[in-house]
Design a protein around this ligand. Structure first.
Ligand code: BGC
Length: 476
């Protein structure tokens, strides 16, 4: 008997050792999204997408930057000749992974019907090319964009969208699930519905801003449910990889801590920006205050008990965190819910997404560890754009000192959290390359690699070399 127990423990122990050996190393990477980089917007039978429509027909960038810009060409990364050069640049940078998104409108051009084999084959080859270069693909299934045919059916305003998304996700997971070890179901629902749609005034209704805002939450909720259902599907497929969802997080603090109105506004904003997603994702609940508020402003806001059960029952393997800046919150009677956090930045050095505060990232990671039972966390995006001309090419070089410093200090924050037991599994800089920045078109650069948008020439910036150094330093 003793002998059997000893043999059994040996088998178990060597299994554990093997498992530890096989564990994926920490992922150091750069991130992108299909619409922002691929271009070639009609190649290989791609269908029209929501963003093709918004940029070409609505001309959304005009409202913000005063000129019409599109992702029709973007930075040409659908083109294999181009992306092979970009893979080479990633190799030289020293990253071991690349986060990119699949374009649903390439794979199923009308959203629900025939599958486009050419598009599937394209991503197959991209994944293989990356693996040959020693770069692990991290695949986002959905990054803001989807087939226009489904926009015409109200997109996430239609409950059926959950099934359409599941159908698409199943095709992608079946095709790439054996080769790809990390999937992300959705990117930043908050930005997709509250900010982008709200800014673009897509609803075109005369309803009060709070109602339009609240309506966004039902769409966010549908994405949360769709994500949980796809997580379930993926786990049932037993492919041995990991799946999670990515949110944008901005830890909140009052602009003026001595002003009770700011303090109150900030506490509510914290729930709206962060807690609602963390609780929904990990616990299958939403804060009561937030639920009551959304129900009040949008009577159609109705997460059912069945929805919440799906959320609670299907646990993700990791949390995707996009962190750019914390939110400084100010009471403002004229704003929806009487508070404002965007463009509230009193710092001298202004990054486009808010104040540069890496210590807030560290604190936030530790908070998640404590309050949500120490989940695995992947920083799926972190980066900055500055309006100080630091992206100008001077004598063939781009000296982006602020971005280099931003990346360094945020990586140090991640490393510190990791040392203190937060289960960090990866860090992805946004972005590898300057690219199409949604409503800001080509006027806002986030890349570690400078792109000349006319010639497609690439020039690694100082931040690229800084990141290269940091990866070497922290690799082991
Ligand atoms: C998005 C990216 C975007 C970046 C910089 C995130 O909201 O996921 O697509 O380019 O922030 O603004």
């Amino acid at each position: 008997m003793k002998k059997i127990i000893a043999t059994l423990s040996l088998i178990i122990l060597s299994g554990i050792a093997l498992k530890a050996q096989n564990q994926t190393p920490f992922l150091w990477g750069v991130a992108s999204a299909a619409y922002q980089v691929e271009g070639n917007y009609q190649a290989d039978g791609k269908g029209e997408s929501k963003w093709d429509f918004l940029t070409n027909k609505v001309g959304v960038t005009q409202f913000i930057i005063g000129k019409k810009e599109t992702g029709n060409v973007a930075i040409n990364m659908y083109d294999r000749t181009q992306y092979l050069k970009d893979i080479q640049l990633m190799k030289e940078l020293g990253v071991n992974s690349y986060r990119f998104s699949l374009d649903w409108s390439r794979i199923i051009p009308d959203g629900v019907g025939a599958v486009n084999e050419k598009a599937l084959a394209h991503y197959d080859l991209l994944i293989d090319d990356l693996k040959v270069a020693g770069i692990e693909p991290v695949v986002t299934l959905y990054h803001f964009d989807y087939p226009f045919a489904l926009v015409q059916k109200e997109g996430w305003g239609n409950p059926e969208m959950i099934n359409w998304y599941k159908n698409y996700a199943k095709i992608a997971l079946e095709r790439y699930g054996k080769k790809v070890k990390h999937f992300i179901t959705f990117n930043e629902p908050y930005i997709e519905f509250f900010v982008a749609e709200y800014l673009m005034n897509m609803e075109q209704s005369k309803e009060p801003a709070v109602t339009r805002f609240a309506r966004g939450m039902m769409k966010v909720h549908r994405e949360m449910v769709a994500s949980a259902e796809v997580i379930k599907m993926y786990h049932e497929m037993n492919l041995g990889g990991k799946i999670g969802m990515t949110f944008n997080f901005s830890p909140c603090s009052p602009l003026d801590p001595n002003n009770p109105n700011d303090v109150k506004a900030s506490a509510l904003q914290e729930k709206l920006l962060n807690t609602v997603f963390l609780d929904g994702y990990f616990k299958g609940t939403y804060p009561k205050e937030v639920l009551d508020m959304f129900t009040k402003y949008d009577p159609a806001f109705l997460p059912t008990a069945a929805d919440m059960k799906i959320l609670a029952a299907n646990k993700p393997d990791f949390l995707g965190v996009n962190f750019y800046a914390p939110a400084l919150v100010k009471y403002d009677a004229a704003e929806p819910f009487e508070m404002k956090w965007m463009d509230v930045n009193t710092d001298k050095v202004k990054s486009a997404n808010g104040p540069v505060r890496p210590e807030e990232l560290y604190k936030f990671l530790v908070k998640i560890k404590k309050e949500y039972n120490n989940p695995q966390i992947m920083i799926t995006e972190n980066g900055a754009s500055f309006k100080n001309n630091e992206d100008t090419v001077i004598s063939g070089k781009v000296n982006d000192v602020l971005r280099a410093d931003y990346i360094k200090r945020h990586i140090e924050a991640v490393v510190k959290a990791k040392k203190e037991g937060v289960r960090m599994i990866g860090y992805f800089a946004w972005s590898g390359w300057d690219n199409f920045e949604w409503v800001f078109g080509y006027t806002s650069r986030f890349g570690l690699i400078h792109v000349n948008f006319d010639t497609q020439e690439r020039i690694p910036k100082q931040s690229y070399f800084e990141y290269q150094k940091l990866i070497k330093e922290y690799k082991n």
